[in-house]
Design a protein around this ligand. Structure first.
Ligand code: GLU
Ligand code: ZN
Length: 283
């Protein structure tokens, strides 16, 4: 099977060293294996995505010597595919509308009987306030959440497993329910969310290896669950370490001092970037 991977940045800010690290690993691995490397813009959030950031990202990637196969995919143009997957999950009875605000969730999750609110891949674990609403017509004027307990009952295996460089990672049903909870699969007035669109696109592009930061390992459990529910192949996952600043803090989008464009302006070379992220220089 041809090795196929991708880089899926959100055009909501500049590329920084952490992104460059991810893109370089994925790209160089694909090239060394005569595989494919795709570029996909994670731009479903149109309130935050900007065309000028997309331009800056492609320019920075090209400067890094990164080439991609085929056209750049924009998730913003893919709503039909996401909607199909969403309807499928709805028809399986696994989704329910949720009208809670962030503040509502915070209050409900910290109610005395709930104990301390715990965080999952998407922030505070949803306390389940809207889970019991009677089944109504499909609608997207509210967020749609995945009933994770029900979803886990639908799949045959006992737990969610994926492989990373031959090392199995797995989580039991009870752990998934406790540490992930009912995640949002469609945001209000949208027919998708990060989790759903990434899974649909990885499958459609035939991605064999997903390479991304270890901050997304928990999200991977959701992605593997969605693949099982939708009958999609689970790729191999590689979660790399995160690039941190001098204070061991993860780099953030707003951290302009580490933007690739800034390094370019300052006259650094590609080899300097390899050294900065701790990669062997490209030969
Ligand atoms: N846009 C996401 C990010 O930059 C993509 C992550 C992924 O590859 O799944 O975090
Ligand atoms: Zn709710």
């Amino acid at each position: 099977m041809t090795f196929r991977t991708r880089f899926a940045p959100s055009p909501t800010g500049p590329l920084h060293l952490g992104h460059a690290y991810s893109a370089l690993i994925a790209h160089d691995l694909a090239r060394s294996k005569n595989g494919k490397f795709f570029l996909r813009l994670d731009d479903i959030d149109q309130t935050r995505s900007r065309a000028h950031w997309a331009d800056q990202i492609t320019s920075d990637l090209s400067w890094l010597g990164i080439t991609w196969d085929g056209p750049i995919w924009s998730q913003n143009t893919r709503s039909k595919a996401y909607s199909k997957a969403l309807h499928r999950l709805w028809d399986m009875g696994l989704l329910y509308p949720c009208t809670c605000s962030r503040a509502d969730i915070k209050v409900a999750a910290s109610a005395p009987q709930e104990g301390a609110a715990i965080s999952g891949p998407d922030g505070i674990i949803y306390p389940g306030t809207c889970r019991g609403v009677p089944k109504i017509e499909f609608q997207t004027n509210a967020a749609l959440r995945l009933n994770i307990k029900k979803a886990l009952q639908q799949i045959e295996t006992e737990d969610i497993k994926f492989f990373e460089n031959d090392v199995p990672y797995h989580q039991s049903d009870t752990q998934m329910i406790a540490t992930i909870g009912d995640v949002v699969l469609a945001r209000k007035n949208m027919d998708t969310s990060y989790h759903l669109s990434i899974v649909v696109d990885d499958a459609e592009q035939g991605i064999t290896d997903v390479i991304r930061g270890e901050d997304l390992r928990e999200a991977t459990y959701i992605h593997v669950l969605l693949q099982k529910l939708l009958g999609l192949r689970t790729p191999n996952y590689i979660h790399h370490r995160l690039i941190r600043d001098e204070n061991a803090k993860r780099l953030a989008k707003r951290d302009d001092a580490r933007a690739i464009s800034k390094f370019r302006e300052d006259g650094l070379t590609i080899q300097d970037i390899y050294a900065l992220v701790g990669l062997e220089p490209r030969t």
